[in-house]
Design a protein around this ligand. Sequence first.
Ligand SMILES: NC(=O)c1ccc[n+]([C@@H]2O[C@H](COP(=O)([O-])OP(=O)(O)OC[C@H]3O[C@@H](n4cnc5c(N)ncnc54)[C@H](OP(=O)(O)O)[C@@H]3O)[C@@H](O)[C@H]2O)c1
Length: 386
Amino acid sequence: MNIFLTGATGLVGGELLVTLSKRSEISKIYCLVRSQSTEEANKRLEKVFALHNDEYDVNRIIPVLGNLFDDELTNSLKNNQHLNEVDVIIHSAANTSFSRVNDDLVEKANIGGLTKILLWAKELPQLKTFVYIGTATICGKDVKDRVVKEDESPNLNATHLVKYTYTKMKGELLIREHLPEDKILITRPSIIMGDSRPIMPRSPVILWAMATINHLRLIPVNEHAQLDMIPVNYTAEAIVNLLFAKRRYHVYHISAGEAGSTTALRLSKMLESYFDEMPPFNFINKNLLNQVKHWTKGRLQPESELYAYRKYLDYWKETFEDKSKLRLLFTGLDPYLEFMELGHVFDNTRLLEDTGMANSEPADVYMNNSINFVEKIDILEGAIDP
Ligand SMILES: NC(=O)c1ccc[n+]([C@@H]2O[C@H](COP(=O)([O-])OP(=O)(O)OC[C@H]3O[C@@H](n4cnc5c(N)ncnc54)[C@H](OP(=O)(O)O)[C@@H]3O)[C@@H](O)[C@H]2O)c1
């Protein structure tokens, strides 16, 4: 088997690359990498393996220079004779920003970029499987506090909180337009946070939100809403297992399901047990987020409900000094809080039955293994680059 992988330098793609490289059934893994030269691309891939001291075989891991934004991408892939031996494509590259300022880039990468890959894929002589890394959250914000099944999406009527999930939903439809169903494997991870092993996680993305919440302690979110979170190593293992499994479906949630989901409350208890020098967690109504933002601008009305939590306002003043920093943190956190509030649990029966995998542990359990890395996250830097 020869694989073409996109997004190998990212959180999921990096873990996928390492997991795939351990499978003897795979001969070569071609990786689409954004770089100026092959030498630089090799260095980027080498770094993916170096992070956890995994073995890097330069003869099997081959960079292909390319950018999803490049108009000539389809042609350059078509003209690369080595790629004719590719029989599996795994498309993990995407722009995952939740921020409105990045909407155009998100659309360009996740729809435009995917189209370019598909136009090449559909002419590949021996393509067997196109694996798309989608996202379970395409079900939209109309679905609340319940278990979601795979066949509920893609749904064109779903209301999206951010452009990102809309583009991921459109992506699934695009794939179906270009490829026959028997060649499609759509994997939809839920929320990927950290690693369940005692090692440095590949990227802080969602961990940034947890580290920020840990610092703020007064959080406008429903603490009882279910949170379906999985570690990146479980995600990669599940995708690779599905690739080799006898599959009965072409769409799978990669999720914690009912047995493995957690809540903000359970996560907060775990965090409090490690970081006990800060005030205890207090969860308030999501509607108070706007008042928090007013307070950071010095515009809070004297009769505001938020003054009932003066202890936390004083703690914020003391910890962050400059209120604009706090404003930045809450603005960055806003979409995460909205997703947390939805209480989605993604049914994982298909995954467990077809791969024989065990359920992922809940995040408040597996995070105990790598909690020390949460402390090292620079929350302000994460908020500046949404
Ligand atoms: N993280 C989650 O919680 C989560 C949950 C569900 C689904 N997913 C899905 O998982 C996939 C991977 O996400 P991730 O968390 O690994 O994201 P990530 O860490 O941000 O990685 C994104 C990858 O895509 C590449 N990429 C972005 N724009 C590109 C472009 N214009 N041309 C070529 N490559 C480009 C990046 O390359 P550079 O290194 O060059 O930037 C990087 O390798 C995505 O499809 C996402 O929708 C993620």
